[in-house]
Write a protein that binds this ligand. Structure first.
Ligand code: PMV
Length: 321
């Protein structure tokens, strides 16, 4: 049996604008997902997962296709003669902005590559291939993703990411204590939220304002990075608040999340959605910062919402021993 682990992620700043070429700052988190792959005997694929099996089947198809281009037919032979049992076990909340769908794609492609190459560790070249194939899977599912989710889940750490450009690894020393509050699963998928914004731009509804918000998000993404490097708490809060203000102008934050964010601001902190968001009802995970994290925990508790701290900058995809 092969077992591969991939992390979820938190976008610290830059979501949505990143789809339009702006930079984003993203971190791998210690909420992970494991894909276990076993060969079978009857040439069929059996999937055990709470994630849609169509995505896992797409990962199998794309991995087989890419390996065939590299003249490697071991996976094809296994699929024809024996089949596979693929099981997904995940700690990453679904549709909450923590990159669960990309982590499934990355870990599944990684597992199939490990099976095909009979390897115990991924080389840099293997990771390049995993990232490329997982992006193809993400494109099929979400249509126009920036590639940030699959890239961070593959390579881990902290990345400065721009669509279609080589990413930069960021070194950050000790970080302030961020608290993540789960407002609940968004009704919309990431693909739907990205399309919603795309439609607005294509229909020329407030295009100028949207482009201005992207530019402001870019400035605050840079400011957040500077604030984190200098450990400047005021700069960090300001950057988070302004990113959120512009995400609200883009119209990707629902009323429930907005109310909670206003409350965090009222008690002296800053909070933003981190991911695609959601408007019909809930908006996924919020990134919250307050000099006294207990205040955020107390606020979440009073509303019966899950709140947690997470380790950031975790390792990317790996094969488990
Ligand atoms: O899938 P999520 O909720 O983590 O959002 C991904 C970030 C977006 O910028 C909204 C989309 C993308 O492809 O970059």
């Amino acid at each position: 049996m092969i077992s591969v682990s991939a992390p979820g992620k938190i976008i610290l700043a830059g979501e949505h604008a990143v789809v339009y070429g702006k930079p984003a700052l993203v971190a791998a988190v210690d909420k992970r997902l494991t894909v276990r792959i076993k060969t079978r005997k009857n040439g069929e694929i059996k999937i055990f997962s709470r994630q849609p099996s169509s995505q896992i089947k797409e990962a199998v198809r794309k991995t087989e296709e890419n390996l065939a281009l590299l003249r490697s037919d071991r996976l094809s032979k296994i699929l024809k003669s024996r089949g596979l049992a693929i099981e997904v076990v995940s700690e990453i909340p679904v549709q909450a902005g923590m990159g669960s769908s990309a982590a499934v794609a990355v870990a599944t492609v990684g597992g199939l590559l490990a099976l095909s190459k009979k390897i115990k560790r991924f080389s840099d070249e293997d990771k390049e291939l995993i990232n490329k194939v997982a992006y193809q899977v993400e494109k099929k599912i979400h249509q126009n993703p920036s590639g940030i989710d699959n890239t961070i889940s593959t390579f881990g750490g902290f990345l400065w990411f721009k669509k279609g450009k080589p990413f930069k690894r960021i070194k950050l020393g000790s970080l302030p204590r961020f608290v993540f509050v789960n407002t609940g699963k968004a009704e919309e998928t990431t693909g739907e939220m990205v399309r919603y914004l795309k439609n607005k731009i294509e229909n020329r509804k407030n295009t100028k304002q949207i482009l201005r918000s992207f530019a402001r998000i870019e400035r605050q993404t840079k400011n957040l990075l500077l604030g984190l490097k200098d450990k400047n708490k005021r700069k960090i809060i300001k950057a988070i608040k302004e990113c959120e203000e512009n995400l609200e102008m883009l119209g990707v934050v629902g009323e429930f999340a907005k109310k909670l964010i206003r409350e965090v601001e009222r008690i002296g902190g800053g909070a933003k959605i981190c991911g695609a968001g959601g408007i019909k009802d809930r908006s996924g995970i919020l990134l919250c910062y307050h000099q006294k994290p207990e205040k955020i925990f107390a606020l979440a508790k009073s509303l019966n919402l899950e709140a947690f701290e997470a380790k950031l900058g975790e390792e990317g995809v790996y094969i488990k021993a």
